[in-house]
Design a protein around this ligand. Structure first.
Ligand code: ZN
Ligand code: ZN
Length: 133
């Protein structure tokens, strides 16, 4: 079960949604690998063969841009090979190409609005936060 955050900026009205958590389709490695971008998929396949998979995990995660404060949701994907080394998929900002960092324990009041830069993110006036799976 995951959480859908419906957010609106109380200053400029910018509204957007973020997903966080695990859904029902997060059970098969093959399915998860196919949801990655082609370059990420190639990196995972080069890192280890499916038959050598030791452990892996995947869930939707909120990311924040290290440069422009943009917030977005991406698939957090971590896989281990037989040697116990971990590969974690990284993402870049779709707006400015800077590195994205995962946000743990997302709290909208701690983040700046990606549009106006004010710390005024609140609840969406029409949409409540919800569950998704
Ligand atoms: Zn704003
Ligand atoms: Zn950015």
């Amino acid at each position: 079960m995951g959480t859908m955050y419906n957010i609106a900026c109380e200053s400029c009205g910018h509204a957007f949604g973020l997903m966080d958590g695990t859904g029902f389709f997060y059970d098969r490695l093959e399915t998860m690998i196919n949801r990655l971008s082609p370059s990420h998929k190639a990196a995972v396949e080069a890192f280890q063969k499916p038959t050598e998979t030791k452990d892996w995990s995947a869930w939707m995660h909120v990311y924040e841009c290290t440069s422009c404060n943009d917030l977005s949701s991406h698939l957090y994907f971590r896989i281990y090979n037989v040697d116990g080394d971990a590969l974690i998929v990284n993402y870049r900002c779709s707006k400015c190409s800077a590195e994205l960092k995962p946000v743990y324990g997302f709290d909208r009041s701690k983040h700046k609005c990606p549009r106006c830069g004010k710390r005024a993110l609140g609840n969406h006036p029409l949409l409540c936060d919800g569950d998704w799976d």
